[in-house]
Design a protein around this ligand. Structure first.
Ligand code: PGA
Ligand code: ZN
Length: 425
């Protein structure tokens, strides 16, 4: 039973305020939950409560913290922490808005995650094992950013994430070793061109390219320089985040300095799939361009993973609708898009039931919190995306995966490339 709930404002990886919640059980065990924050957000996501005004660029969260103290804490006191579904339903009812705008999606997700952690602490189990409940689960296949772009790097390149997937790795630890070599090789190649300019929001090298294709060429060169065969040992994954540069089927590519319609962007991306060792593409077209997403999935969904992020927003109903229409074959799963753990899990289970692949994902604004690594493992999501291979808010998560894999009671195996949807034969 919950004895006490404390909320406070802490700071995220961009130096912005965020919400932390601490749930203390009657037996003295504690669960901590922290809200992450996106920069390229889908319009249908749960809404964050931010104070506005001059302080911290309007991003303070003192109202969200006050709402937890005033309304959420008294309502949850005495509740059984193992009743996640009941507590989440109560949070949603307390908020009372469809978008979670009154108490704030940030207040809700931090509270919901803290309750989940408190339940695992009460059971004296690592969270992944508490979630697996005796089922056989696998360590997730990581998707790791090498170059950061889009809204995370001053829109220096149009594409948001140039990532790699260690498709030849047979363990989580080996996937990280291969990533470390490619990340280092990419940095050396950038330095050799005189193009090294620090890192973007998620720790990927700051992009300095004249064309989007130059980043793809550089990524292939980095994979080779690291001693790997592109497309076999190490493959490419992209998050186009097309909603950031396109509305109503019109896409404005800054690097090309021209506008593409939906068909032309689709054709461009299909060309990339044909010419580069790409195994996964996220948000290839805008969240409002469902016809484009269906056309793209029809064109390449049998051989690459087509991931819905802004379009699906971790919503079970939207995932079912997308599957019925043939858009995407993989769902990105972000707890703060949904608002609560129960809704996040429902979205993931809806996707799995429909044969979609799933990727549990961090946000561009993160903290030292490693809960999502446990969600990806314990829910057997198959894949995990937490940004690049630098900066401790990212490395904390990769390192937590190593701790889980290294334990004596570790999950049986590594998901590996079989976790990818539409994987090339
Ligand atoms: P965000 O980026 O957290 O800024 O939304 C991550 C993503 O688009 O996957
Ligand atoms: Zn995305």
């Amino acid at each position: 039973k919950i004895r006490h709930i404390a909320a406070r404002r802490i700071w995220d990886s961009r130096g912005r305020p965020t919400v932390e919640v601490e749930v203390t059980n009657e037996d003295g065990t504690v669960g901590l939950g922290i809200a992450p924050a996106g920069a390229s957000m889908g319009t249908r996501e749960a809404v964050e409560l931010r104070d506005g005004g001059p302080r911290f660029g309007g991003r303070d969260v003192l109202q969200a913290v006050a709402g937890i103290d005033r309304e959420i804490a008294p309502a949850l006191q005495g509740h059984d922490v193992t009743d996640q579904a009941g507590i989440d339903a109560l949070l949603v009812a307390l908020d009372g808005t469809p978008t979670r705008s009154r108490l704030g999606g940030n207040a809700l997700v931090a509270t919901s995650l803290a309750v989940l952690q408190a339940a695992a602490a009460h059971a004296r189990m690592p969270l992944w094992r508490h979630l697996a409940q005796g089922r056989a689960v696998r360590l997730p296949l990581p998707q790791i950013q090498i170059f950061g772009g889009g809204a995370h790097a001053g829109r220096r390149v149009d594409i948001q994430d140039f990532m790699i997937i260690a498709t030849g790795a047979t363990s989580f630890a080996q996937a990280l070793e291969m990533t470390a070599e490619v990340y280092r090789a990419a940095g050396e190649l950038m330095a050799a061109r005189g193009a090294l300019a620090g890192v973007a929001d998620e720790g990927g090298w700051w992009p300095d390219f004249a064309r989007n294709e130059d980043a793809l060429d550089m990524l292939v060169a980095a994979i080779e320089k690291a001693g790997y065969v592109p497309g076999e040992d190490v493959s490419i994954a992209l998050d186009v985040a097309a909603s950031e540069f396109g509305k109503n089927g019109r896409y404005r590519l800054a690097l090309d300095n021209r506008e593409l319609d939906s068909d032309a962007l689709c054709e461009r991306l299909v060309g990339w799939v044909e010419n580069y060792p790409i195994v996964s593409i996220e948000d290839p077209l805008g969240e409002d361009d469902e016809a484009g997403l269906i056309a793209f999935t029809r064109a390449v969904g049998h051989r690459v993973q087509v991931v819905g992020d802004d379009y699906l927003v971790t919503n079970g109903g939207r995932i079912r609708m997308a599957a019925a229409r043939g858009a995407c074959n993989c769902a990105l799963i972000k707890p703060n898009q949904a608002g609560t753990v129960t809704e996040t899990r429902a979205a993931l289970e809806a996707a799995q039931a429909l044969g979609y692949a799933t990727i549990v994902s961090a946000r561009s604004g993160e903290t030292e919190d490693v809960t999502i690594v446990h969600l990806a493992t314990g829910w057997n999501a198959g894949q995990l995306k937490v940004g690049s291979f630098a900066r401790s808010e990212r490395m904390a998560k990769w390192n937590e995966g190593l701790r889980i894999e290294g334990r004596a009671d570790a999950p049986g195996a590594f998901a590996g490339r079989a976790a990818l949807a539409g994987a090339r034969p």
